[in-house]
Every structure is written in structure tokens, then in C-alpha cells.
Design a protein around this ligand. Sequence first.
Ligand code: 5GP
Length: 187
Amino acid sequence: MNKKLFVVSGSSGVGKGTVLKEFLKRNPDFMLSISCTTRTPRDGEVDGVNYFFISKDEFKNCIEGDKFLEWAEFAGNFYGTKKKFINQCLEEGKNIILEIDTQGALKVKKQMPEAVLIFICPPSLEALENRLRGRHTEDEETIRKRLNVVKEELERAQNFDYKIVNDSIDNAVSELENVVLGEQKNA
Ligand code: 5GP
């Protein structure tokens, strides 16, 4: 049976990773998709588990061979979702979640209109701004750049199917469960 594909995006700093980690703990029959990337593995990251770590040449060949459902450049590295990986998972009836950026998410929707896009947002721009300023770790220029990126992402999120406000991890995880399990029931 083919399952629905779920795509979760959110600006960095909103706790998207924590929400997803908790969701997967509570719903062990779900798995995260494994993307390809050209960035070097961080400590503890394993090839084929966290990412498929490939060279820029291999990545370029995959683009030319139309192997990606979507791909994007992020902070000087390339990230992409292989069509074959996703199709195989869906055919095997796996419950799969893609954790990718907002541009990638919209590209997936164009090719697979049945995919469900979920955006995790900060409680408010002011709250995020206060948090960034409160940390005193970034200068004004960096803060403004990050806020602009967040604004762009919030604009793209207008085209998402669901928005979940991360005011508390527990609430956000429950909302994510409602969306995902509800969508599956209607599939
Ligand atoms: P990181 O290098 O921290 O693992 O990921 C950086 C960013 O790339 C995150 O925002 C993550 O969601 C995004 N990302 C990871 N895999 C993919 C992918 O396959 N496609 C796209 N478009 N973004 C990805």
C-alpha cells in the first residue's frame, strides 16, 4: 500500500529537530528520509544513516541524470532527496517524513501534489528576535540577516498545508501527531 509523504520544514532556531525527535520516539513506525549531501559528516554522523555523504561530482551527476525529487544549496553545500529512495520507501509502505528546507518542500509539492507540507513556526517573530538578541552571540547585521531569512520562510509557509506553532515541545508534538495520523486516516 502506498503511504502519504510528509514534509516538515521550519526556520532554524524554532526547535524543529527536537519536535521531530520526540515525534519519532513516540511513533517508532515512522522514519526520516535520508538525503544526499556534499558536506562533510559531523562527529557521530554515519553514512547511510544520517545522510548519504557524496562528492560534488557525484551530486552533479545525479542532477544531470534527473535523480533528485528536489535539491538545494544551503550554506555552500548541496542537499538533495533521491527519487528512487522515496519511491522505494512509499512502495514498501513505510511511513516517511522529509526534513528539508522550505524551497525544497515546495518543489516536492509541485511534483507530488499529494505530499503533505507542515511548517513549524516560532510563536512570534518578536519572540524569535528577542531570543536572538538575548543570546548576545550575534552582531546586529547577522541578526537582521537571520530575521530576513525567517520572514522569507514564513512567506513560503503560506503555501504549506499546515502550520504548527512551537510554543511548547509537548504541544507541538501532539499537533504534529494530530496532523500526520489524521491525514493517514483519510488517505
Ligand atoms: P544540516 O547540514 O544542518 O544537516 O542541514 C542544513 C539544512 O539542510 C537543514 O535546514 C535541513 O533541513 C536541510 N536539508 C537536509 N536535507 C535536505 C534535502 O534533501 N533537501 C533540502 N532542500 N534541504 C535539506
